[in-house]
Design a binder for this molecule. Structure first.
Ligand SMILES: [Fe+2]
Ligand SMILES: [Fe+2]
Length: 189
């Protein structure tokens, strides 16, 4: 899956200029990703494959949260309250009605968010100097790639009437417009 717009250099510059603030937001995003995986389980008790995949994902994302938190603790950076995430909120507004459409849209949007995470963590990993932090972001980048593939597979598995490929294209176009309008900040989105 290819994104339709690359993240701008201005975003990477903002992150590298205030990495502590980025860590706080990164921690919060991992925590929310874990919660999002749990919410799939709450919503779809009738889908065993989805439940198993989301159980593993919730644990993995929570473990990422734990790892980011450990880095923050070492650097004396405190957790802060979650801030509004206009990127995620605008993507959520694209979720369609109807049981099947709703599920497929949620899965595809999750795939796109993971794909964007893969791109952005990759940019950060590349920009960081050699060391443990760079290695950590390399690992995170790889796991995001696995996650977007997982969500895509699930979308294909559960689609009955929705044309997944066409819907993915539409959502990728919309995501590109959203990302272009985000102000560059030391936040994941
Ligand atoms: Fe993660
Ligand atoms: Fe992820």
């Amino acid at each position: 899956m290819e994104l339709k717009a690359n993240s701008p250099q201005a975003w990477l510059d903002a992150v590298m200029a205030d990495f502590n603030r980025f860590l706080q937001d990164h921690a919060s995003c991992e925590k929310k990703a874990s919660g999002m995986a749990l919410s799939f389980i709450s919503h779809y008790p009738d889908k065993p494959d989805l439940i198993k995949a989301m159980m593993d994902l919730a644990l993995e994302e929570l473990n990422h949260f734990k790892q980011v938190y450990a880095i923050m603790e070492k650097q004396g950076v405190a957790l802060v309250a979650d801030v509004k995430d206009p990127y995620i909120n605008q993507l959520k507004d694209l979720i369609g009605q109807g049981r099947e459409q709703y599920l497929i849209d949620r899965l595809l949007i999750a795939a796109i968010v993971e794909r964007r995470g893969h791109e952005r963590f990759g940019m950060i990993a590349k920009a960081l100097p050699e060391g443990k932090l760079k290695d950590f972001y390399r690992v995170i980048t790889r796991s995001e790639a696995k996650h977007y593939e997982l969500f895509l597979e699930l979308a294909h598995q559960y689609a009955e009437t929705v044309d997944v490929k066409a819907r993915l294209e539409e959502l990728l176009e919309a995501e590109a417009e959203i990302i272009k309008q985000l102000p560059p900040q030391a936040l994941l989105h």
